[in-house]
Write a protein that binds this ligand. Structure first.
Ligand SMILES: Cc1cc2nc3c(=O)[nH]c(=O)nc-3n(C[C@H](O)[C@H](O)[C@H](O)COP(=O)(O)O)c2cc1C
Ligand code: SF4
Length: 302
């Protein structure tokens, strides 16, 4: 995707019937009808593909769209657009409600074909200004994850040493900085135990023994980097469930990277990228009987 909103649309004059449909859906006013044919008159385009999707004559090609972005390794995707109301909400709701965070993984590796498909499905999420400045870094072996986990563990060892110091906690509190004290109260013991288990019992309480992991980050100057990355994340979580793969978001890893950016160098993510989600994934070693539900949220209807 070009970052400067360059126009990469090509319209076949010969195929265009001049119906004008493409104009009605273009968010950048890139196209107008000139002498009964669609013409590119604007000098910018989001590259979103609305015009290409709506054209009944297949007269439009948006070159910014990668030709393989809808080709998957493990299934075939119907290229016909599913109309509004054209899918079964019972099925979709069942998938949404059945996805659970998986914390018991089999050691069986996840095939690269599946991980590649998940990454592509992530990229079908919306993004601010369609900038798609997300990056997907995939760890596909247990060894890579253990190495990543140890780098994160080193960070938490340092944090726990600081949090253990009552003078530091209370001193910071006097200056209105309550984060370290809150961390101490909520996480200190749990993190200490996780570090102990990792170092002495080879037990992975951070990634739950997952054999694979997808880290989603954004390049600099994306318009809504966090939103984009998290929307792609949810696509991956739901898709993985339907493909027989369990997932768990690892917020402890994201926090560690946020506070000590050089951790991302251990998985070769450039320092100018910002990490927004770390998804552990693998074949699940657990099975549920029922879907449950959620706490009561504050809802307002006006
Ligand atoms: C931003 C975020 C960070 C999370 N971090 C962790 C984590 O570090 N470790 C973990 O085991 N689960 C983590 N989770 C999973 C939540 O605990 C889980 O989503 C929640 O308990 C609801 O359960 P469910 O995902 O099974 O519906 C995280 C979830 C979110 C949304
Ligand atoms: S939608 Fe297709 S056929 Fe209709 S005006 Fe646009 S390019 Fe021409």
């Amino acid at each position: 995707m070009n970052s400067k909103n360059e126009v990469t649309i090509e319209i076949s004059n010969h195929k265009c019937s001049g119906c004008g449909l493409c104009l009605t859906v273009c968010p950048s006013e890139t196209i107008t009808i000139v002498n009964g044919k669609a013409k590119i008159t604007g000098n910018s385009s989001l590259g979103c593909g609305h015009c290409m999707a709506i054209c009944p004559e297949s007269a439009i090609k948006v070159h910014a769209i990668h030709e393989n972005s809808l080709t998957f390794n493990t299934f075939d995707l119907d290229k016909k657009w599913l109309p509004y109301g054209g899918a079964d909400i019972e099925n979709l709701a069942h998938i949404i409600a059945s996805r659970r965070s998986c914390r018991n993984f089999k050691s069986k590796p996840v095939e690269k074909e599946i991980i590649e498909d998940l990454v592509k499905l992530g990229q079908l999420a919306p993004s601010g200004s369609n900038c798609q400045k997300w990056t997907f870094t995939c760890l596909t072996s247990r060894e890579q994850i253990v190495q990543f986990a140890f780098a994160i563990g080193e960070f938490y060892k340092k944090l726990n040493r600081m949090a253990k110091n009552p003078f530091l906690r209370h001193g910071l509190r006097l200056f209105g900085k309550t984060d370290l004290n809150q961390y101490y109260e909520n996480y200190y013991d749990k993190v200490n135990q996780a570090i102990y288990e990792m170092e002495h019992n080879d037990k992975d309480m951070l990634f739950h023994g997952a054999p694979a992991c997808i880290v989603i980050a954004s390049e600099p100057d994306a318009s809504c980097p966090a939103d984009d990355a998290l929307l792609a994340t949810q696509n991956i979580l739901l898709s993985a469930h339907t493909m027989g793969i369990g997932t768990c978001l690892i917020g402890f890893a994201v926090k560690a990277i946020e506070l000590d950016k050089k951790i991302q160098k251990t998985i070769r993510i450039p320092l100018d990228e910002t990490v927004y989600s770390v998804i552990a994934l693998g074949y699940p070693n657990e099975k549920y009987c029922y879907i449950t539900g959620r706490k009561k949220a504050i809802e307002r209807y006006y």
